[in-house]
Write a protein that binds this ligand. Structure first.
Ligand SMILES: [Zn+2]
Length: 103
């Protein structure tokens, strides 16, 4: 097994796992529950980790994650109602309180 990805957000790591599973790469999560509630960040020594089961998948996996890095990052977003820019941590538009829409 090889560690291919780690991030303080369990959401980001879960998204990375989904990306690899879609590509048919077998992988496992470790420290999955370290981060606790949604959006909470884990201390650095217990970051959720994503491991590939087969070492030969490692290069393809890291390439895939490299390519999808912009999707994995919890990105800033633009309001569908008023077009204003909100930071990733906001669930509602700061301007018109419209709900954030999925990417
Ligand atoms: Zn808005």
């Amino acid at each position: 097994m090889k560690l291919v990805y780690t991030h303080p957000s369990s959401i980001a790591v879960a998204q990375a796992r989904n990306a690899l599973e879609l590509a048919g790469i077998q992988c496992v999560l470790r420290n999955e529950y370290a981060a606790g509630a949604m959006g909470e960040l884990a201390p650095i020594d217990v970051w959720p980790e994503l491991w590939v089961l087969r070492d030969r998948d490692y290069e393809r996996a890291s390439l895939l994650l490299e390519q999808s890095r912009t999707e994995i990052r919890e990105a800033d977003w633009f309001c569908p109602g008023c077009g204003r820019h909100s930071p990733a941590t906001f669930e509602l538009c700061w301007h018109c309180a419209a709900e954030r829409t999925p990417l």
